[in-house]
Design a protein around this ligand. Structure first.
Ligand SMILES: *Cc1c(COP(=O)(O)O)cnc(C)c1O
Length: 397
């Protein structure tokens, strides 16, 4: 079998190049397919399964919530939203949150906040700074903010109002915006995930923060992938000691239950008024319970510290094991958001590793991405490495 499998069914749109396996169930960092084969899940549903699979503390809490109330509309107060909003404000040092269901929706909300922030200041055509190779989602506005022509191809006309700059170059950012009174926000990922685990330098983030303060722009940080403890801090930008004004979250927030959020600081917390934004599913009792319980369990079990410690162990172990191997370039990333950069196309390795019992993804054609559940232990990392190395070395040989 090859990795370029045929569509799963004539009744499912052909939007993914799927591997020819189907997952049946999981436990911890392990999943089993419908044929009974076992895999170490180092992809975690793309940085979603924060607590792994069938977590013994999460499952009963969600069962209780499902039996009590799955959904009600935002015409009423939703207590779980209030609990989760307060918790996210505490952890981030920000103020309040808007709840939605996915990452692109959270980013769409951030873009609307930035535009309204501009309009409230009398700017009729607000512009937002975005980055090369950024990924913010696949709606028309978020794919326009995305810096990947493959994502944009076929969907023109794109949304206007974006200025694109290179990463980690404060002079380029100043030059691209100098004398432009329409700029309202800078929108970035602390560590670009889809682009192949490419970090912003902490010093650069501090420079952007300073510029945003000087210019009265919103600093908006897409932490959809790198947030929620993934890098060994609650939010990756905390490594730089800064705070954003607007922070979209999703992926890991509900440990697999779809939920997104936009967390806002004082400058953005009161931009929206009733009627400006909404979402039918956004913040429903089940989704927000998943967020509340995910954070509770993470705090009880020291999961963020685990991500920092075990992530550093995994990174160092792989650096040591791969040093001098021809074709290996570098390890990138922080905590349990890691990329193994190679000097060549390696798309095929995803299927080779799956056949060996390890789930990963390949990003930007040359980077093997590891984003396992944050509950992974050092011993399990040793198992991960034992599955990975023979296939990777054979591939590079
Ligand atoms: C995955 C991702 C998104 C999009 O999230 P969806 O839930 O797929 O819409 C946006 N930004 C970043 C940084 C992501 O990693």
């Amino acid at each position: 079998m090859t990795a370029t499998a045929a569509p799963a069914s004539p009744h499912v749109m052909n939007t993914y190049g799927r591997l020819p396996i189907a997952m049946s169930h999981g436990k911890g960092i392990w999943v089993w397919d419908t044929e009974g084969r076992k895999y170490l899940d180092a992809l975690g549903g793309v940085a979603v399964n924060t607590l792994g699979h069938a977590h013994p503390k999460l499952v009963p809490a969600l069962q209780e919530q499902i039996a009590q109330l799955i959904h009600c509309s935002n015409y009423y107060h939703v207590p779980n939203q209030e609990v989760l909003g307060k918790k996210l404000a505490e952890l981030s040092g920000l103020e309040n949150a808007f709840f939605c269901s996915t990452g692109l929706e959270a980013n769409e909300c951030a873009l609307k906040l930035a535009r309204k922030f501009g309009h409230d200041k009398g700017i009729e055509r607000p512009e937002i700074v975005v980055y090369e190779n950024a990924f913010h989602g696949r709606s028309i506005a978020t794919l326009s903010a995305t810096g990947n022509v493959k994502v944009q191809k076929g969907f023109a006309p794109l949304t206007e109002g974006f200025i694109r700059v290179p990463l980690n170059d404060i002079e380029a950012l100043k030059k691209a915006t100098v004398g432009n009174p329409n700029v309202v926000a800078v929108f970035l990922e602390t560590i670009q995930g889809e682009a192949g685990i490419v970090p912003m330098r902490w010093e650069y983030l501090r420079q952007v923060r300073e510029l945003c303060d000087q210019q009265d722009w919103l600093m908006m940080i897409d932490e959809v992938q790198c947030g929620m403890g993934r890098t060994g801090k609650w939010f990756a930008h905390q490594w730089a000691g800064i705070k954003p004004d607007v922070m979209p979250l999703a992926k890991g927030l509900g440990s697999g239950v779809p939920i997104g959020a936009v967390v806002a600081g004082p400058r953005a917390a009161n931009i929206f008024q009733p009627g400006n934004h909404g979402s039918t599913f956004g913040g429903n009792p089940l989704a927000t319970r998943a967020g509340v319980e995910t954070i509770r369990i993470m705090e009880e079990d020291g999961i963020v510290e685990n991500a920092a410690r075990v992530g550093a162990y995994l990174k160092q172990s792989l650096e040591k094991a791969l040093a001098g191997v021809p074709g290996y370039v570098e390890m990138r990333g922080e905590g349990l958001m890691l990329g193994i950069a190679l000097d060549r196309s390696c798309g095929d390795i995803q299927w080779k590793l799956a056949q060996a019992g390890l789930l990963v993804s390949v990003q930007a054609d040359t980077v093997v991405r590891l984003v396992p559940p944050l509950i992974i232990t050092e011993a399990e990392c040793d198992e991960l490495i034992a599955l990975l190395l023979p296939v990777l070395k054979d591939f590079l040989a």
